[in-house]
Design a protein around this ligand. Structure first.
Ligand SMILES: O=C(CO)[C@@H](O)[C@H](O)COP(=O)(O)O
Length: 228
């Protein structure tokens, strides 16, 4: 079942080590078929160099495993909450990519310091707070709900990325390939922003007109946040 989507998710997962976003098994990609009501995700704890397309795990939208010899990724419940809350996304990525994870561990969102950031993400990339107390009882589900809460006043399509404090980044897109692309962009932007602050600790975000111009030029007339 869903063999084509398994192949897509397998290839997207293999892009994570290809772009230097993961070490060992520290990451996962999924994609959803909303018409069929299933999503496909990487299996938990399987080394990337041993992964095969047929190893991908098929889940329903209640979080039940439908097909697959392995357990689904430990972050599956987070992916599911994002699919439920963000209707226009088709793929989700989670990694521990070093620069984005460093911002997450520092508990800071990433300001927009330049055009590379502005071309892909509108304004600051937020850092969601860390879970507390009993919230850890349903860790992965509540991580997803916390991301959704963080985007209550933000356009998830204009900022397809979030940092989870003391954990790491999640990105999304209209499909798995775009979600991986956004994960690569996030890591590069996180690296540049950290170095920018090292070079000039007084640095300020890029002028709003520059941010608007670059985001608008790439995403079209209705792209400005809040002007749709
Ligand atoms: O955040 C974590 C663990 O801290 C997970 O993302 C793992 O790094 C990947 O887990 P699997 O996808 O292999 O279950």
């Amino acid at each position: 079942m869903l063999e084509e989507l398994k192949q897509i998710v397998y290839e997207a997962n293999m892009d994570l080590p290809k772009y230097g976003l993961v070490t060992f098994t520290w990451g996962n990609v999924s994609a959803i078929d909303r018409e069929k009501g299933y999503f496909v995700i990487k299996p938990s704890g399987v080394d990337y160099d041993k992964l095969k397309p047929e190893d991908m795990v098929v889940m329903d939208l209640e979080g039940n495993k439908v097909e697959g010899k392995y357990n689904p990724s430990s972050d599956t419940a987070t992916h599911l909450e994002l699919y439920k809350a963000f209707p226009n996304i088709g793929g989700v990525v989670h990694t521990h990519s070093p620069w984005a994870t460093s911002w997450a561990q520092a508990g800071r969102g990433i300001p927009c310091y330049g055009t590379t950031h502005a071309d892909y993400m509108y304004g600051e990339i937020p850092c969601a707070r860390c879970l507390e107390g009993k919230e850890f009882d349903e860790y992965e589900k509540n991580t997803g709900l916390l991301i959704v809460e963080t985007f209550k006043e933000k356009d998830y399509e204009a900022v397809p990325a979030v940092l989870c404090k003391n954990h790491g980044p999640f990105t999304w897109g209209k499909n798995a390939h775009e979600a991986v692309h956004n994960a690569v962009v996030l890591e590069e932007v996180a690296k540049m922003a950290a170095r920018c602050e090292m070079i000039n600790p007084e640095v300020k975000p890029a002028p709003q007109d520059l941010q608007d111009k670059h985001y608008y030029r790439k995403h079209g007339a209705n792209a400005y946040y809040g002007q749709n």
